[in-house]
Design a protein around this ligand. Structure first.
Ligand SMILES: Cc1ncc(COP(=O)(O)O)c(C=O)c1O
Length: 372
């Protein structure tokens, strides 16, 4: 019997050990160590931004980004229903109201639904790039200009991807990334805020560091957080960043092979290979069961688990989260595309350490459960 194929296994066989050993040898392990600013600079350069602020994870990056834009109680922020809770949570924690939009056939926010959600209180659009394809940034930027809105770009999953030839993460007034181990570049846990605006960068740096006053330590006019990334994490990140081009190529090769093996299987929907503005980077390889398949994603995932294949469910949309319902949010709201994706969608092994044999094995298992 083949070994269990995990849904994700990162590749850590570059300079990771060497840079980590350097942290230990020099005793620089905290956020004050030199790898942090190196990682910030190199990552920001990679996505064409002036400033990078390394933080503890993508979720804290979103919290700081929302606050740094001055979003406050009474404001509204538009975002996709189909995303991770971190997005809506950051808006709610700032005291503002999340306003949802359903997705389109790319599984991203349907940009044609955004304008009707803009009202007097709307301050920003939080764009989230999903799974392998970015959201269509041009119409979103046009709407933001027309209505004077800020853009928060969640590029957590979109390392190395472009939109209209420009790096994802280069579009927002403030943009964020995650470095969780299933991401192209990982630091174990970690995140990065990027921006070209010096004031936003300074606010994020301050929020990350408990809003210490530089001229008077342990004295605070504003409440901040400890969102600091350690030198150990940044060491890992830097080693990973060195291999980013190789990782991008590997992801694209993996996605292409999965797509070839699965595109003609009846009863499943895959994310499009490309749109007019981007080619899929296949961060994860998602599968959505269609109406003809008599079971849902959870049953499919159970069957695959029994066959030794790791999977993860798709996001559960924000309007279906009990925590928000209890707050009185999203009452009677329906987002049918997001709801279908949550019911019928899951992803199969997609980590960078995956071998061709494992890809073929995972695809074969999917075909078997669909044919049953
Ligand atoms: C779109 C998106 N935003 C934000 C996050 C949060 O990142 P983290 O897990 O680093 O907190 C994730 C997590 O994977 C994500 O997929």
């Amino acid at each position: 019997m083949q070994r269990f194929i995990p849904v994700n296994e990162p590749l850590l066989n570059g300079n990771e050990k060497k840079y980590l050993a350097e942290c230990i040898e020099t005793r620089w392990i905290s956020s004050e160590g030199p790898f942090v600013s190196k990682f910030e600079e190199q990552f920001a350069t990679r996505v064409n931004r002036n400033f990078g602020i390394a933080v503890t994870n993508g979720s804290s990056a979103l919290d700081a980004a929302v606050l740094a834009l001055g979003i406050k109680p009474g404001d509204e922020v538009i975002l996709p229903a189909f995303t991770i809770i971190s997005c809506a949570a950051a808006i709610v924690r700032a005291g503002a109201k999340p306003v949802l939009v359903d997705c389109d056939s790319t599984w991203n926010m349907d940009v044609s639904h955004v304008e009707k959600k803009i009202g007097k209180r709307t301050r920003a659009i939080m764009v989230v790039h999903i799974y392998g394809l970015p959201a269509d940034m041009n119409p979103i930027l046009q709407l933001a200009r027309k209505h004077g809105l800020r853009i928060i770009e969640d590029a957590a999953e979109m390392h190395g991807q472009t939109c209209y030839g420009k790096p994802c993460g280069s579009f927002g007034d403030v943009s964020i990334f995650s470095f969780y181990p299933n991401k192209l570049v990982t630091t174990g846990e970690g995140g990065m805020i990027v921006t070209d605006d010096k004031k936003i960068a300074e606010k994020c740096r301050s929020l990350r560091n408990l809003c210490f006053l530089p001229q008077k330590r342990f004295y605070h006019r504003v409440l901040g957080f400890n969102f600091r990334m350690t030198n150990l994490q940044a060491a890992l990140g830097l080693a990973q960043l060195e291999r980013m081009n190789e990782f991008i190529q590997k992801k694209r090769r993996m996605g292409k092979l999965y797509h070839e093996l699965l595109r003609e299987v009846p009863g499943i929907e895959l994310q499009p290979v490309k749109t007019s503005y981007a080619e899929n980077i296949w961060w994860v390889f998602g599968i959505v069961l269609d109406k003809k398949i008599p079971f849902n994603a959870f049953a499919a995932m159970e069957k695959l688990k029994r066959m030794g294949i790791g999977t993860r469910p798709f996001f559960i949309p924000m309007h279906m989260q009990p925590v928000f319902r209890k707050m009185g949010l999203f009452k009677n709201e329906k987002y049918p595309v997001s709801e279908r994706l949550a019911r019928k969608g899951f992803y199969i092994p997609s980590g960078l350490a995956l071998t061709e044999e494992q890809i073929r094995g995972s695809a074969e298992a999917v075909k078997t459960i669909i044919a049953e």
